[in-house]
Design a protein around this ligand. Structure first.
Ligand SMILES: Nc1nc2c(ncn2[C@@H]2O[C@H](COP(=O)(O)OP(=O)(O)OP(=O)(O)O)[C@@H](O)[C@H]2O)c(=O)[nH]1
Ligand SMILES: [Mg+2]
Ligand SMILES: [Zn+2]
Length: 347
């Protein structure tokens, strides 16, 4: 039977573990699957491998207990991160996601810089971000001020506070976790992602709940408890992907996201008198004018500069990694050429 003649069963990747994927099909059938030899052979990068959230076509051989993934449907969105230094191949965190919940605890570890990075990733991935500030119960003082400040820094992003002892009050989830949608929850280790997912999936009282673990609240350092990405059905009908805490999120490949987040600032820079305006001493600078008349808060301009610098720094690092790799490939090529030349001379 040819590949084309096979009837593939449409299914969704709900868990990824090394080279194996758990896929769900039909109403609630779940099976482990591996990719076909042909897919593996044709893959040129990690983007050609399935990711949690992917729709895939599978075959379930009569004889085997493992299904075979033959195809990945085109992705509506892809949440990815680049790994600087090691390779230029992006790691796909999840696919076909509508909303990204950027989660951070209200403790001392709270960092607008980090949130910015996650937001850039969400926008770059063409998903809508929502900021979740967790553990409100531990920090009863000053939360309103923090939220107000965040609203100025991130004017276009919905911001919600949460506390695990009052999850029932968090009725705003209904508007995001609608049936037919998929959301992903991202953030540092220990901020309470799995605790929330347990509530959202109704596992908080069930035996099959996702493991969660204490962190040292003082320095906010958590041990990584969740180690794989998993997709679950939420109590509101929409799907939700729990992810392991990210150690370091690099911005290098999210320049687009930065521009989206600061579209008003980018727009302003195009209005400067000089196209290469540094917004320092140049006359007719739209940025300086906007800061002066208050339409561009100085804080926001400074965040933009910091983020932009970080992007440039990341890009430079990435360029270096790419250049090294190119040099290596070139060396391989020239060496092969030299060998061939040598061989020719000998004959
Ligand atoms: N006080 C308080 N503790 C919470 C809250 N939410 C979660 N926790 C606790 O924080 C710890 C870490 O929670 P997890 O849900 O495991 O954190 P996580 O983000 O999934 O961590 P990783 O899986 O490592 O990425 C657990 O001990 C939770 O009980 C909250 O709203 N208030
Ligand atoms: Mg977790
Ligand atoms: Zn200017």
């Amino acid at each position: 039977m040819t590949e084309e003649a096979k009837t593939l069963i449409p299914s969704r990747v709900i868990c990824e573990e090394r080279a194996l994927y758990q896929v769900q099909y039909g109403m609630d059938s779940i099976v482990w699957a591996a990719i076909s030899g042909k897919m593996k052979h044709q893959a040129t990068g990690r983007k050609d491998y399935p990711a949690v959230g992917d729709w895939v076509g599978i075959e379930i051989p009569n004889s085997a207990d493992r299904a075979i993934i033959h195809a990945i449907a085109p992705r509506k969105s892809t949440i990815y991160r680049k790994q600087i230094g090691s390779s230029s191949d992006a790691q796909i965190l999840s696919a076909n996601v509508d909303y990204t919940f950027v989660t951070t605890s209200l403790n001392e570890d709270l960092s607008e810089r980090r949130i910015e990075r996650y937001l850039a990733m969400a926008w770059d991935s063409e998903t809508s971000p929502i900021i979740l500030l967790t553990k409100a119960d531990l920090f009863p003082e000053g939360i309103d001020e923090i939220v107000e400040e965040m609203k100025t820094t991130f004017p276009n992003v919905p911001i919600h506070t949460l506390s695990s002892d009052a999850f029932d009050d968090a009725d705003f989830f209904v508007q995001y976790l609608k049936p037919g949608t998929t959301s992903v929850i991202v953030g540092s280790s220990g901020v309470g992602k799995s605790t929330l997912v347990n509530f959202l999936t109704g596992k908080d009282r069930a035996e099959d709940q996702i493991a969660t673990k204490d962190i040292r609240e003082k320095d906010g350092k958590g041990r990584h408890t969740t180690t794989s990405r998993n997709l679950y059905v939420s109590r509101f009908g929409g799907l939700i992907i729990d992810t392991p805490g990210m150690r370091e999120l690099s911005l290098s490949d999210h320049t687009q996201g930065v521009d989206t987040q600061f579209s008003d600032v980018v727009e302003l820079t195009t209005k400067c008198r000089f196209s290469d305006c540094k917004h320092e001493t140049e006359p007719k600078c739209a940025i300086k004018a906007a800061i002066a008349d208050g339409s561009l808060p100085l804080d926001r301009w400074e965040s933009y500069l910091k983020l932009e610098a970080e992007v440039q720094h990341g890009l430079a690092k990435q360029d270096k990694a790419l250049a090294t790799e190119q040099k290596r490939q070139w060396k391989k090529l020239t060496e092969a050429g030299r060998e061939r030349g040598f061989a020719k001379k000998k004959t």
